[in-house]
Design a protein around this ligand. Structure first.
Ligand code: IPE
Ligand code: IPE
Ligand code: MG
Length: 248
């Protein structure tokens, strides 16, 4: 997606936070917030698809979320089972392709089966690339990458000269996607919580206090519009300063 600002918006990544608080504020159990959060996620996928944004990442479960009370983790796994089984036609209608990030061996066989079916069924779809981060952690990616490097060192395939940014980048499973241009975090916290540590180096970050189940199309559009007002300098200087400095 391109606007008059010249910023190109290829990849939006969302840390969907605030489900538990949303439910508690209403006198419900936390799990009710996850049900509403899942509904919201589907709406945002639809909106991204309509806006022709090429890549959308949804952070649905972090490696650290496994440390939550057993009942909550169990409920989330059941919820994933219930939701995923119904999404084939949704992806087809949007012409969207599903990709996975993270270690899904953590989940039940039913979740794993549904995910692999959705990934293979949607492989030929040419619209939105939907990346679901499940039991994903940025540090986990770095650990995996370092293991690959050690193997290559042991096999005598690389030397210190081989190692540069491109080499490190291609070690990570997420390197097959463009880096996120815009990361949105709902729920009021201003941290990455182990999301996309490497590729977020130059992401614009939109933090909002809005809790995920309340994050509407208007909130989403506002975050996108704000992105287009940014001048992304990547360590250089603004166009304005460039003109000023070029004068004698
Ligand atoms: C995000 O909402 C969903 C997951 C991490 C699975 P939370 O469950 O973290 O909700 P809060 O932050 O406790 O309100
Ligand atoms: C981040 O939210 C993870 C997901 C939204 C999947 P958390 O609620 O787990 O993050 P912390 O614990 O507030 O950092
Ligand atoms: Mg949270």
């Amino acid at each position: 997606m391109q606007s008059s600002s010249n910023n190109s918006l290829k990849h939006i990544a969302i840390i969907m936070d605030g489900n538990g608080r949303w439910a508690c504020h209403r006198g419900h159990r936390r799990i009710f917030g996850h049900i509403r959060g899942a509904r919201r996620a589907k709406e945002i996928v639809q909106i991204c698809s309509e806006m022709e944004i090429p890549f959308l990442s949804l952070f649905a479960f972090s490696t650290e979320n496994a440390c939550r009370p057993k009942e909550e983790v169990k409920f989330l796994i059941k919820l994933f089972e219930k939701i995923l089984v119904e999404q084939g036609s949704f992806l087809k209608a949007l012409n969207a392709r599903l990709h996975l990030l993270g270690d899904i061996t953590f989940f039940s066989e039913k979740v794993r089966d549904c995910l692999s079916t959705l990934v293979s069924q949607s492989r030929g779809n040419t619209g939105l690339n939907l990346i679901l981060a499940l039991n994903y952690g940025g540090r986990q990616e770095i650990v995996q990458g370092m293991k690959k490097v050690m193997e290559e060192v042991q096999n005598g395939k690389i030397s210190p000269k081989t190692i540069d940014e491109n080499f490190i980048h291609q070690l990570f499973p997420s390197s097959v996607f463009p880096p996120p241009d815009l990361i949105i975090r709902t729920g009021g916290e201003t941290r990455l919580s182990n999301f996309y540590l490497w590729s977020a180096a130059y992401s614009e970050i939109h933090f909002t206090k809005t809790l995920w189940p309340d994050f509407s199309k208007a909130h989403f559009t506002q975050a996108v519009q704000e992105f287009f007002t940014k001048e992304r300098k990547f360590g250089s200087i603004t166009k304005h300063s460039r003109i000023k400095h070029s004068r004698p």
